[in-house]
Design a protein around this ligand. Sequence first.
Ligand SMILES: Cc1ncc(COP(=O)(O)O)c(C=O)c1O
Length: 410
Amino acid sequence: MDLTPLWSARANAMKASEIRELLKLTENPEVISFAGGLPNPQSFPVEEVHEATQRVFRDHAQRAFQYSTTEGVSELRESVADYLHASQAMDVHPDDVLITNGSQQGLDLLGRTLLDAGDTVVTSNPTYLGALQALSYYGAKYAGVDSDGDGLLPDALDDTLKGLAARGVRPKFLYAVPTFQNPSGTCIPEARRRRILDIAHEHDLLIVEDDPYGRLRFDGDPVPTLHSLDKGGDRVLYLGTFSKILVPGFRLAWTAGPSELVRKMVVSKQSIDLCTNAFTQFIAADMLQNGIIEKHLPEIIRLYKGKRDVMLGAMDEHFPKEGVHWTRSRGGMFTWAEMPDGVNTVEMLEETVRRNVAYVPGKPFFPDPEQGFNTMRLNFTHASDDNIKVGIERLAGVMVETMERQKALA
Ligand SMILES: Cc1ncc(COP(=O)(O)O)c(C=O)c1O
């Protein structure tokens, strides 16, 4: 049967990414991959999850095997509100917490709830690819704002918003990953956060703060979330997830913020999946209530900090110094490298994969298709320390050759 005439306009608009095809090659076990965004399985608290599961069987089996409300199991919503308060001084009412099937679903719900085709979303350049994919499905157009080593540039944000206003465009929201951003690893300092909030206030702009990595800080003092700095309390929708502080396989996350918006998102979610898996919600609630996640967090941080140091050490040793810059991430899972203008990291990936090492080219993280050709994202959490050293040395070899070829052509 020829199915193509049956595709919806939306399905027709979806494209398989050429980079994803290339990265399929990295499934070969010979390839050292810095491409994925996977937590390290060594970070999973397997025994603690086992014990919590037994308590859920003992105490909550009836409800854990039942449908839950679309909003989520009340114990988990309360525990999330307590956790946000204790760990990040965030004031969130449990009624304003929606449990989602990963933050990725939160992003999809946001698109469903707020976007009509052609609506404008403001993002940084670069930004999280999964958000661009989720929101593009609903026809989002992007206004990209440049960033530097400290993340989104407030003056550029102000200029962009003024430019949009002059054209009569009201953007639906600013999407930001302020802390240890995927892909760049940057963290916006507090003063800059305050300025971004002031600008959002001046332009009456809603902010979506996506924060999967905020607790994975290796060095320096924590920076308050935009949500906690928002004194009005209703301008920031906050997305958090258990994927990086517990396990991604539970597919558990939360969205917290303005009541009216959370309510609308609940209605959007009803038709998708009725509710999030109640069983894993009870396990996560148990682990939050008993302080197990908080107690385990230093283990994850120790593991990832060590790997970050191994990667940065290998980059310092092997990467070409002239014309190449990279972020010294103080947390999260990624570092980000920029090569000289003219280098195309999508093309370079083919040669790199032939040498059994892989990264993600930075281009798809830019909403503007003309930007980011010379950039790449490197994940440091998944490979073994030895593989990080070998992989970075191999990658550096390809970078040097590519830059030499580039020079010879110039
Ligand atoms: C910035 C950002 N947002 C959201 C997600 C999705 O996370 P989840 O596993 O909760 O769906 C990720 C995953 O890597 C991410 O990096």
